[in-house]
Design a protein around this ligand. Structure first.
Ligand code: AMP
Ligand code: ZN
Length: 135
């Protein structure tokens, strides 16, 4: 399989690694939203969060906390976004699970607005039930 993040995570392609352990490599995004934008890559291939094991998902988000703290100190940023996209519709462009850690500065040019969906409290409650029933 020709997966760029597999090659980077396994060290087959050079990258700006800031952290590495048995399970993960953390690199700098090649096209950062802000300077200090990091990507957490598992070393085993999973296209998205559905394919990643619970154990690695847990470890990945624990690592995101550690990286967020380091990014905050290194950049002295005002905030940090932790993002993880699944599927093209959700903005995923590289189909190997990764977590973005993005430092945010007052007045920066990063656009992450959600907009808002027109709905009502009954629909929200009904959807809550559907989600519960799928856990
Ligand atoms: P996503 O849209 O969530 O799939 O994010 C993919 C991210 O990977 C983007 O922010 C890209 O800039 C970044 N990216 C793509 N190729 C590379 C690469 N070779 N090295 C580092 N980052 C990359
Ligand atoms: Zn991969």
């Amino acid at each position: 399989m020709d997966c760029i993040f597999c090659k980077i995570a396994k060290g087959e392609i050079p990258s700006t690694t800031v952290y590495e352990d048995n399970d993960f490599r953390v690199i700098q995004d090649i096209n950062p939203a802000n300077l200090g934008h990091c990507l957490i890559l598992p070393k085993t291939h999973a296209a998205n969060i559905y394919e990643l094991s619970e154990e690695l998902t847990g470890k990945a988000f624990m690592l995101a906390k550690k990286i967020a703290a380091a990014v905050q100190k290194a950049t002295d940023c005002d905030g940090v976004n932790i993002l993880q996209n699944n599927g093209e519709t959700a903005g995923q462009t590289v189909f190997h699970f990764h977590i973005h850690v993005i430092p945010r500065l007052k007045g920066d040019d990063v656009k992450l607005g959600f907009g808002s969906f027109k709905t009502d409290s009954e629909s929200i409650a009904a959807m809550g039930e559907r989600i519960k029933n799928n856990l």
